[in-house]
Write a protein that binds this ligand. Structure first.
Ligand code: GLA
Length: 674
């Protein structure tokens, strides 16, 4: 169990976005001194610097960047060099305003932001590849250069474009996908409202109309938009890989527990190093779990490979309604949680807090106050910690026995048109189940539905609104082989064309589950129901028939009183590999937190899965294993000291021997080599 990717640093990667072009050369000297003090070993350079090294077309001012490269190299700091395509220079927007994205309403953006480009515009592509070539030629051989960072957060501003170039590109993508216009009509169900096309030339992106667009069209446009961005990534990456085949190429994803701007799980195989930007949300009462689930989602994109936390914040951001600062120690716990869950490093946006510009009130590793600050103390502590974790590098997270299936396409399909409830974020279903597992101390792989399920005992299918026949088949086989599956409401409702599967819900899974739901009964705001086993639920209920399943709980009150709410079907005899018979559970309602905890306990007991490290509640515990040893990460998110009775060895952070029964102070972390 050791990583196989070319990695940009020897130890854990530590550093952040570095924007020296915002500062004077005197500050650069100080930066290098402070980076050394904090044990920074990599910086991401030049993300938004295009206009600073090519202020006019063809006139380059690279001297400052040359100097910074040399300074970093002399200090032993690696460079992750960005192509600067996240911020086209002013001259390019003035010369070619047609590269700016057009909104659904038909408004073309103006210069002055970032990511101001449409992925389908040829002249944009020409300029983007030209600047990538210039950079590769100038810095490709520089010994400090260890990785390429294509653009920045692709889609984080230019997720979609509705211009004519995009429309033409979309039509080419559709011809590729459907071949004939009849196939497209069939897939989108264009008989509805008589929106039948006779020629691909008639198809437009879902531009603003007086009602909502066709959901099939909308979903395909989302897929296309993600594919167009990936195509842009691939084009830049091809230039870089041709010039420097030995260097890894990455781009930073924006994976959280919510829908993403792009279909990252389908992008993941194209990355040499998988990287993510993650920011906690101040208002979120379960921030640690949100972080953990996002990290589990990153790991799940390429199981068995480490990934890299490319950006997070040292303290407050500036883009939430109210921007909460992190308390002392929180920065370290956040970073180590990502590392525990498979990141081989922790990087920040950004090294030094800007004094001007749109992000002048965003935290950084060096805050406005300078080094006399809690942030700086935490930054230095994290540097020491990551240094102490040298031997953890390349180890892998202990295999999880529970999988939770997430597919971006299912989220997009849910958002593609009016639904029975239009204020229900279905992604909360997965988040709530992950939270129940997190509280139970059980590690979960958050994976796309096409992964091999054999390695798991329990698979959770949380409101997987869109599901393919392949997914349905894989789950049925998994259960027939003795696996345990739980499917929740709003799963398997539409097929990949976004058409409803008729004959009863949850269409794709009803045979496996032995149930059939004839009608949705969404509850109104403030309504709740009680089940006959005492569980409480709100939000969603269904009129369900348990044709071939045991009823675990029925609705005790409300419109559906007496009808089944939660069911369980025993499948097979385990002869095909499992030691016990498999089961397939269906949960037709949105259970409250206590009920979910109870349900998860039952599912874990039935599938024989337990926390692999038993620790007091409020402590996060994850193990990484590899050729260099076995390491248990222990993060105490609570304020009080706790006793750890199940782990012993050498705590690498505190550099002390620990026996079973050792004390972990409130807010503290330990990484114990067992
Ligand atoms: C993203 C971007 C950074 C910065 C931060 C602010 O992660 O990549 O450039 O804007 O957000 O939180």
């Amino acid at each position: 169990m050791t990583r196989s990717t070319t990695w940009p640093t020897d130890g854990m990667s530590y550093g952040g976005d570095y924007n020296p072009d915002q500062w004077s050369p005197e500050t650069w000297e100080e930066d290098i001194r402070l980076m050394t003090e904090a044990r920074v070993n990599i910086v991401t350079l030049g993300v938004f610097s295009w206009g600073n090294y090519e202020p006019e077309e063809g006139r380059f001012e690279f001297e400052w960047l040359d100097t910074v490269f040399d300074l970093l190299h002399a200090a032993g700091i690696s460079v992750d060099l960005a192509t600067p395509t996240a911020a086209p220079p002013i001259w390019l927007h003035q010369k070619h305003p047609e590269i700016l994205p057009v909104t659904r309403e038909g408004k073309r953006y103006w210069q002055g932001g970032r990511l101001g480009w449409c992925a389908s515009t040829p002249i944009w592509r020409t300029h983007a590849l030209r600047i990538a070539e210039v950079l590769a030629a100038r810095y490709g051989d520089h010994p400090a250069l260890k990785m390429w960072h294509v653009s920045n957060e692709l889609g984080g501003g230019n997720r979609t474009c509705f211009c004519d170039e995009s429309a033409a590109h979309f039509r080419r993508w559709l011809v590729d996908k459907y071949s004939t216009i009849d196939a497209l009509n069939q897939a989108w169900g264009t008989a509805f409202w008589g929106h039948r096309y006779v020629d691909f030339a008639q198809v437009l992106p879902p531009r603003d109309s007086e009602t909502v667009p066709n959901p099939g069209l909308q979903l395909d446009f989302d897929r296309f938009s993600s594919a167009a961005l990936l195509e842009h990534f691939e084009a830049e990456a091809a230039v870089l890989r041709a010039a420097t085949p030995h260097l890894p190429v990455t781009t930073n994803f924006m994976v959280s527990t919510r829908p993403s701007v792009a279909d990252y799980a389908r992008w993941a195989p194209r990355m040499d190093v998988l990287a993510n930007d993650h920011y906690t949300i101040g208002e979120d009462p379960a921030r640690e779990q949100e972080l953990a689930m996002s990290a589990d989602r990153m790991r799940g994109m390429r199981l068995g490979q480490p990934w890299l936390l490319m950006e997070h914040s040292s303290s407050a951001v500036n883009w939430q309604p109210r921007n909460r600062a992190k308390v002392p120690g929180e920065l370290v716990r956040n970073s180590l949680s990502h590392v525990a869950r498979g990141s081989d490093g922790a990087l920040f946006f950004q090294w030094r807090a800007s004094s001007a510009g749109a992000e002048q009130f965003h935290s950084a590793m060096v805050p406005h106050a300078g080094t006399r600050s809690k942030v700086w103390a935490d930054v230095c502590e994290l540097g020491r910690n990551l240094d102490a974790l040298r031997d953890v590098v390349g180890t892998l997270v202990e295999p999880a026995r529970v999988a939770l299936l997430i597919d971006e396409e299912a989220f997009w399909a849910w958002k593609s048109g009016p639904k029975p409830v239009n204020d229900e974020p279905i992604w909360d279903t997965g988040r709530n189940l992950h939270r129940a597992l997190f509280d139970a101390g059980v590690l979960t792989d958050v994976v796309p539905p096409w992964v091999d399920l054999d390695r798991y005992r329990l698979v959770i299918v949380p409101s997987l609104f869109l599901a393919s026949d392949d997914t349905a088949r894989a789950l049925a086989e998994f259960a027939a082989d003795g696996g345990h599956v739980v499917v929740t409401h709003l799963s398997g409702i539409v097929d990949p064309t976004n058409r409803v599967r008729t004959g009863g819900y949850p269409g794709a899974f009803k045979d496996m589950l032995g149930v059939m739901s004839e009608e949705f009964f969404p509850l109104l705001a403030g309504q709740s129901v009680t089940l006959d086993n005492g569980w409480k639920a709100d939000g969603w209920t269904e009129r369900l028939h348990a044709d071939d399943a045991e009823i675990i709980a029925s609705y005790a009150d409300g419109d559906l009183a007496g009808h089944p709410a939660v069911t369980r079907r025993a499948i097979g005899d385990g002869a095909a590999g499992g030691s016990t018979a498999g089961t397939a559970w269906y949960v037709s309602t949105t259970l409250g937190r206590a009920a979910l905890a109870d349900l998860v306990d039952r599912l874990l007991a039935e599938s024989g899965v337990a926390a692999s490290i038993v620790v007091p509640r409020g402590v996060e515990a994850v193990r990484r294993i590899g050729d260099t040893g076995s390491f248990v990460f222990l993060l105490n998110h609570g304020a009080d000291a706790v006793r750890i009775d199940t782990v012993a060895g050498h705590d690498l952070l505190g550099d002390r021997a620990v026996d079973r029964g050792f004390e972990l102070a409130g807010g503290a972390c330990a990484v114990v080599r067992e």
